[in-house]
Design a protein around this ligand. Structure first.
Ligand code: NDP
Length: 325
């Protein structure tokens, strides 16, 4: 038997329960990973609350982890028992001691990257990789707006932007979060609880505004974000921390300056093993070179996953949080 977190109905963090299950044997093309550390992500909250429907209930939760390959199914050639690995994509069930998933979603971890760092950065770091290097290939000297700049994805984004020579303006909700984002390389920060974001962006850019806005807050910030863009530039809406953006009239893109918009996801970019491996190689290079360091601000035992989610949802966290099985 092995422990995992599951939920039988959607709702608040009280629906999460720690249970003993018989771990699934890996089928053809699958591996089973003995997790050493598990990543906590906002998407886990979307599944728990039902914003994103789980395929069936009861369901496991979580898509990010790092550990050691415990068993491999038929036809798996790039992994063997004992390999140190990490992963950042479904199926749900990473909040567990043992997790079985398609081998194509699992990459070998370089010696220099420990399990905690990997679990704290695979999903968030691969997200920054595709957003900054693929959705729009950022160039030195460009100016971007990044919401939640002191969060898990945001902390990596600030450092990656600095490494690229990109001017990242980060939004945050407190002076402590502003200081952290700036330490990580944000060119400037805006405390949206006290300052008008559009006006501050106008001042900071001498009226030029931003080349790209990266918005993971969603509903609350959609229109403000559009107002921070240069004409004909790109709005990247990649999350729903405040709720989903709904009912958009495409005409607003015309009114705000012939803008472009996209709603991307990690699964849409890391959709083949080759693409995942290439993206992971770039992330690992950033970590091993020290250009990006991962701030693990909180560690919780697996049993306290609900408490960890409440802290993330309640805007109390900075950087990454991990669960320890
Ligand atoms: P964070 O650590 O960034 O936590 C969320 C942060 O969002 C909070 O700390 C808070 O920062 C800010 N926030 C603003 N409004 C709200 C609100 N109403 N409720 C809660 N938080 C709010 O989380 P993650 O790093 O895990 O994820 C960041 C975002 O990126 C999420 O929206 C997630 O869904 C998205 N994401 C998208 C992916 C994709 O491929 N599309 C992949 C990975 C993540 P502050 O207090 O400073 O405002």
């Amino acid at each position: 038997m092995a422990k995992r977190i599951q939920f039988a109905r959607t709702g608040g963090s009280e629906v999460l329960e720690l249970v003993d299950v018989t771990p699934a044997e890996p089928g053809p093309g699958e591996v089973r990973v003995a997790n050493r550390a598990v990543g906590l992500n906002f998407i886990d909250i979307y599944f728990r609350t039902g914003l994103y429907p789980a395929p069936s209930l009861p369901s496991g939760l979580g898509t990010e982890g790092a550990g050691v390959v415990d068993a491999v199914g038929e036809g798996v050639t790039h992994l063997k028992p004992g390999d140190r690995v990490a992963y950042a994509q479904g199926p749900l069930g990473a909040y567990a001691e043992l997790h079985t998933l398609p081998a194509a979603k699992v990459v070998v971890l370089p010696e220099g990257i420990d399990f905690e760092t990997a679990a704290a950065s695979m999903l968030k770091g691969l997200t920054v990789q595709y957003l900054m290097r693929q959705t729009h290939r950022l160039e030195a000297g460009e100016t971007i707006l990044w919401h939640a700049a002191a969060g898990g994805v945001g902390s990596i984004a600030c450092q990656w932007a600095r490494a690229l020579g990109v001017r990242l303006i980060g939004t945050v909700s407190s002076p402590e979060k502003a200081a952290l984002a700036e330490k990580n390389g944000a060119w400037a920060t805006i405390d949206y609880t006290k300052e008008d974001v559009v006006e501050r962006v106008r001042e900071l850019t001498d009226g030029a505004m931003c080349d790209v806005v990266y918005d993971s807050v969603g509903k609350d910030t959609w229109e403000t974000s559009l107002d921070c863009l240069k004409p004909r530039s790109l709005m990247v809406s990649f999350g729903n921390a405040s709720g989903a953006v709904e009912g958009v009239n495409l005409g607003i893109l015309n009114q705000k300056g012939s803008l472009f918009t996209t709603r991307p996801s990690l699964n849409g970019y890391a959709d083949t093993r080759e693409r995942l491996e290439a993206m992971a190689a770039e992330l690992f290079e950033m970590l091993e070179s020290g250009k990006v360091t991962v701030d693990i601000s909180s560690r919780y035992p697996l049993a306290e996953a609900g408490k960890a989610q409440d802290a993330l949802q309640g805007r109390q966290t900075t950087g990454s949080t991990i669960l320890l099985p």
